[in-house]
Design a protein around this ligand. Structure first.
Ligand SMILES: Cc1cc2nc3c(=O)[nH]c(=O)nc-3n(C[C@H](O)[C@H](O)[C@H](O)COP(=O)(O)OP(=O)(O)OC[C@H]3O[C@@H](n4cnc5c(N)ncnc54)[C@H](O)[C@@H]3O)c2cc1C
Ligand code: FES
Length: 380
């Protein structure tokens, strides 16, 4: 699809507002974030310190809140100190089958602000501002055999993937779920019910630190070895994911098939308006490259000015680029550079293997051409 000549439209369908900067050609573009105030239909106390929030999606916003298993929502949490903070929570519900509404499960973090605010304050009827679902921690194919490893609240995206694979896929699934003790196990009853309903396809392995201690590398390697050939999804505390990743690699797993979701708190404000520098709107600015962007089955041909971040460029053109934090920490904007070179201004998500395969964070990527007028190709 060619670059649109008309005034750009924001992803939510509202036209971006142009902020006058004194020079008509260099006018900045202001894009409103894709957020909605969603009503909480129910709060479910899963354990002493984990609450699920079930959201109602208003009629007409179904498309905006369509999601893939393993994706997350970003919630705006009020704060008297800073106005608000933004926190991501994975969807535990499944877009496949007869699940209830859009559900996130929040586990209290000791001394944490956002998680405790949500568990203490949100009731049925509360309204919370939420960004559209995002994230790339999602299986490309639900029919393959899966190995899912969760620790603590890391079970939320794993449950979504598991429910989806059992409802809409045909492969076998093994879940390894590590917890401090039995009282910390979230969704224990649901996991038992799913295992009983799908005995030939689902195996759930619990690891309780209170009973078995912290798993050694040798124990983990023996445990994961039968599943090393499967597509693997890991979510939990950093040391646990490092240990499971290392065990999978020791057992011969292909690093490209091991997917990891890192839980972290956002520092920036993804609910703020996005200001895209006027240079992005210019026809042929100095130092720009020509880029072909593949996204959601569409192909866009764009002029990409020097210093402009790819997600900002796409949003300013009315193209629905995936993003959440826009700060290099959540991974929602992950893309692959097929031709050309970019420079990332920050990256807390991608490891050396990802970078070697050309994966980049679109929200942090600016063009870094080897020569003038270079053609680039990026796929989301
Ligand atoms: C993709 C993704 C998915 C996730 N999914 C889940 C999930 O499914 N379930 C889950 O439980 N967690 C999930 N998380 C983690 C979650 O986003 C939070 O990081 C976690 O809940 C801890 O947040 P917290 O605010 O409670 O703690 P912290 O971030 O540790 O809170 C401390 C921070 O809050 C600030 N702060 C303290 N008081 C205030 C105040 N009054 N006003 C403003 N700031 C203040 C402090 O300066 C400090 O920076 C996910 C994270 C990511 C990135
Ligand atoms: S949007 Fe979060 S890393 Fe880019």
């Amino acid at each position: 699809m060619a670059e649109p000549a008309a005034a750009p439209t924001s992803p939510a369908g509202t036209p971006p507002t142009g902020a006058v900067s004194g020079d008509a050609e260099a006018e900045d573009t202001v894009v409103r974030p894709r957020s909605r105030a969603l009503r909480v239909a129910r709060v479910v106390r899963e354990t002493a310190d984990a609450h699920s929030l079930v959201f109602e999606v208003p009629a007409g916003d179904g498309e905006m809140f369509a999601y893939r298993p393993g994706q997350f929502l970003t919630l705006r949490i009020p704060s008297e100190r800073t106005g608000s903070v933004a926190r991501c929570y994975s969807l535990a519900s499944s877009p496949h089958g007869a699940d209830p509404g859009l559900t996130v499960t929040v586990k209290r973090t000791a001394g944490g602000y956002g998680s405790n605010w949500l568990c203490d304050n949100v009731r049925a009827g509360s309204e919370i501002e939420v960004l559209a679902p995002a994230g790339v921690f999602t299986p490309a194919d639900l029919d393959v055999d899966l190995f899912l490893a969760a620790g603590g609240s890391g079970i939320t995206p794993v449950l979504s993937i598991l429910r989806s694979a059992l409802a809409a896929g045909s492969g076998r699934v093994t879940v390894l779920y590590a917890n401090r003790d039995e009282s910390s196990v979230i969704f224990g009853a649901q996991l038992r019910a799913l295992a009983a309903a799908h005995p030939a396809r689902l195996t759930v392995l619990h690891w309780l630190e209170s009973v078995q201690g912290i798993p050694s590398t040798g124990q983990l390697t023996a445990l994961v070895a039968p599943y090393a050939g499967r597509e693997a999804f890991l979510c939990g505390p950093g040391p646990y994911m490092d240990a499971v990743s290392a065990a999978l690699r020791a057992a011969g797993a292909d690093a490209a098939r091991v997917h990891v979701e890192v839980y972290t708190s956002l520092g920036g404000d993804p609910f703020a308006e996005i200001v895209v520098p006027g240079a992005a709107a210019a026809e042929d600015p100095d130092g720009a490259v020509h880029v072909v962007v593949e996204l959601d089955g569409d192909t866009h041909e764009l002029t990409w000015p020097a210093g402009v971040r790819l997600v900002d460029l796409l949003l300013s053109k009315g193209i629905d680029a995936p993003y959440s934090c826009r700060d290099g920490v959540c991974g929602a904007c992950q893309a692959q550079v097929l031709k050309g070179r970019v420079r990332m201004e920050s990256n807390d998500v991608l490891d050396d293997d990802d970078l070697a395969e050309g994966h980049v964070l679109g929200c942090q990527s600016v063009p870094d051409p080897l020569g003038p007028g270079e053609d680039m190709h990026v796929r989301f």
